[in-house]
Design a protein around this ligand. Structure first.
Ligand SMILES: Nc1ncnc2c1ncn2[C@@H]1O[C@H](COP(=O)(O)OP(=O)(O)OP(=O)(O)O)[C@@H](O)[C@H]1O
Ligand SMILES: [Mg+2]
Length: 213
């Protein structure tokens, strides 16, 4: 299973993947963590570019879009390898971001979708939904992305992705069977973790607090 956490900068993805990793391992799953951008040479270049003052400019975003798509190609082989490994059906690939980040951050939408057509789609997306101001207040201002006006656009794009998916519009039609679990990420870490477990449990057949919702 390939599970991905999504959300704008400061939403709490890195915090929650760590908590989730532990919970899944405690429940007997073999968890492999993925972080995008990856540690490949392309991923290293992306991390450097994210700190460039031009990072939010449209042309720079297009370069990033291509690099992210390339970084995901390297990842695809690793994901397929795990998928084909039938001896280990309790394996979970847990990812901090996936191709939905490119759809939300970069544009134009159809082009980003096209250049990512070989990227593996997650089985489940946990979307950390957060107020932009709250998210910015949690950021350290390292990346250029971490400003309110830019993140407001990204946040709106995430909402559009979810709506498109629900009504099956345009190129997201083909992603319709993917599951987006929307979690209120404005709350404290423990409550967010609890809500993620509750949302995820039915897909894994795990009980949370003795109750399967
Ligand atoms: N629920 C929460 N309440 C308050 N602070 C939080 C919460 N979750 C995370 N934080 C803090 O907010 C900051 C950002 O969290 P985190 O790094 O997990 O976000 P992120 O979504 O991974 O951001 P980025 O996309 O920039 O990597 C961290 O300092 C973290 O300790
Ligand atoms: Mg993070």
């Amino acid at each position: 299973m390939y599970i991905c956490l999504e959300g704008i900068d400061g939403a709490g993805k890195s915090t929650q993947v760590k908590l989730l990793e532990k919970w899944l391992e405690d429940n007997g799953y073999d968890v492999e963590m993925i972080v995008e951008p990856t540690s490949s040479p392309v991923g290293v270049l992306i991390r450097k570019m994210l700190q460039d003052p031009r990072a939010t400019e449209p042309e720079f975003q297009k370069m990033l879009g291509l690099l992210f798509a390339a970084d995901r190609l390297a990842l695809k082989d690793k994901l397929l390898e795990n998928e084909e490994n039938i001896d280990n059906d309790n394996k979970i690939m847990l990812s901090d971001r996936c191709f939905y980040s490119s759809l939300a951050y970069q544009s134009p939408f159809e082009w980003i979708s096209e250049i990512n057509k070989y990227a593996k789609r997650p089985d489940l997306v946990i979307f950390l939904d957060i107020d932009v101001k709250t998210a910015v207040s949690r950021c350290q201002g390292i990346d250029k992305f971490e400003n309110e006006s830019f993140l407001k656009k990204v946040s709106d794009n995430y909402t559009k992705i979810d709506n498109y998916r629900k009504i099956g519009e345009n190129s997201l039609k083909k992603h319709k069977k993917e599951n987006f679990l929307v979690i209120n990420a404005n709350n404290g870490s423990n409550l967010v973790h609890h809500d993620i477990k509750k949302a995820l449990a039915p897909y894994l057949g795990i009980c949370v607090d003795g109750i399967v919702d």
